[in-house]
Design a binder for this molecule. Sequence first.
Ligand code: UDP
Ligand code: MG
Length: 342
Amino acid sequence: MLDEEGPMSTELEPSPGTAAAPAWRPEPPAACAVSIVCPVYNEALNIAELYQRLARVLPGDDVEFIFVDDGSTDGTYEGLRAIAATDPRMRIIRFRRNFGQTAALSAGIDHARGAIIVPIDGDLQNDPNDIPRLLARLEEGYDVVSGWRRDRKDPLHRRLPSIVANRIISLISGVHLHDYGCSLKAYRREVLADVRLYGEMHRFVPIYASWQGARVTEMVVDHHPRTRGKSNYGIERTLKVILDMLVVKFLASYATKPIYVFGGFGILSLLAAVAVFCAMVYLKLAHIRDFVATPLPLVVVMLVLVGCLSVLLGLVAELTVRTYYESQGKRTYSIREVVEQR
Ligand code: UDP
Ligand code: MG
């Protein structure tokens, strides 16, 4: 007979993979105050000046400069090494190949040790002089301060689609900022703890954070034209950004209950099938049209099929969601703090 309290079972060590993760872990203390995170791709002409300006604005020891070399081929890495030799606050992450700005930013954030994380572009379009103001604003009690390039110095064919995209994103997300695309932002590290970035999604981090309960604000920052090197993007980015927004919105609203979307659509489809079927029978009984004289039987079959498949797809989606959360010990909520007094 199996005895669950027997000596055999008490000797078994719980395997690390199956141990339930705690619902909430306090953040480990940050190793420094501020991490500047700068993704660079072929910015050899800009990094030296950018570093000098950053170092001038942030002279303290309590700062680290993380440069992520996103597979540059123009000597950016060598330039960064030369700078790092003169300043122990420099940290360099070098990608094996070009993975894109979002991935680079993501890597920088993963390695950041500061209590506050400030991403900045490596092409001198953002102004390091804005950083102290961003930090001061954060101190006023915000979790995210997002830059707003009100006087943006990019060509019109870049600015116009961006204005439209910003409006759409503001409408869909309900988080009202003027300029999601501005790289220069400041985050408290806690709000970035669980954020994973895909596609062009780095611009949605404030939205994501706000949905998790973070206090988000924006601040006008300076912007300069790109004088050296060339931009890595064209107009097609606007489309990608809007599609990414849809993904983020879907995930945020339905990530824990996909059956509501798929099942809802499926039930609508089945109801429509019933309605069409009734119409078809009515037409037949009233001797207006025979079944074969209309496309209605086909429509009924199609609606029933789509309806059933949608509901089944919803069930599969529910399975994946459970796998996603439970295999990683993820929670469906986000805690600001826990107060305990034994
Ligand atoms: N960047 C990157 N990887 C890429 C493309 C861009 O790390 O694949 C960096 C680039 O070096 C710059 C920042 O992302 O520091 C913004 O890029 P860019 O200036 O080309 O964008 P724009 O300002 O034109 O929107
Ligand atoms: Mg730029």
